[in-house]
Design a protein around this ligand. Sequence first.
Ligand SMILES: [Zn+2]
Length: 338
Amino acid sequence: MTSSLGWLRRRWAAKSAILMYHRVADPAGESDPWGLCVSPAHFAEQLAVLRECGTPLTLPALARSHERGEVPQGGVVLTFDDGYADNLHVAKPLLARHDVPATVFVTSGHVATEDELWWDELERLLLVPLRLPATLDLAIAGGMRHWDLGRAAVYADDDRRRDRGRRAWEGAPGSRHALYYAVWSLLLPLAARERRDVLDAIASWAGEPRRPRATHRVVRADELVELARGGLVDIGSHTVTHAMFPAQSAAAQAHELAESKAALEAILGAPITTFAYPHGERAPESPGLVRDAGFACACTVVAEPVWKGSGRYELPRFAVEDWGGDEFARRLTRWLQA
Ligand SMILES: [Zn+2]
């Protein structure tokens, strides 16, 4: 009885939607195994739809409403994860043109380095080179792993074309995508230093020097200031190292939260009050740790609308892909009614 009443309460409650983006960049011609790119043309169409079908809202404003138990019907919040530089150079001018606010969750440890985020670096090492050695042996998490690449040692233009729209987990057995996904899965729970060691080992095996791509970098400190200037975009934390919380101790999670908050506040001279869990993943203790670190709310990647019964430190979000305006309108309408 209680649960069906709960369902009814939720069914008829007012709802807002938080949307999750990563990069605004043309994916054509590049591999995008996680579907992180929305093209600038599609992003502009989506913003126009958003103005028609919803009410743009900032994440801090939604968090304040939620705290009062008043989630607005049809509110839409835009968020970007990771802090890619194209958020400043490509997305922000389009946000300004359509007067739509957004929150960018920045992985603070990348602000002072040119290094790519680790899944991009792995993509450059395993999904870009035309030829790789026939076998790969890696020491990961105390064990040895071995792969025979077989036909995947050579990655011809035809293979690359075929794989362009393919997601990381969709690779056929023995393919480059399957290798990428297998190594990615092993790197995911590692602490940043261990992951760095494995990436260095793969780079030397592949004969690829460390050569971060400018297209994939995270904002520098001066760009972060520029991104926040004017108040349309506010900055949130996404940890220091993009740590996957369930694989980390409570102390390590607390350190990631406090350090990233302090580092971003030192650059911006303003409080950082919003947070997004890397990969959307949290341990049972994580929401309390985020609250204790002084944040007002936190976002996951659970694909649901926000209503007054949502946890403020586990706010759900919908991932947006490279859809044109019509497809985006269909989905947004459905999301706001879910
Ligand atoms: Zn992320």
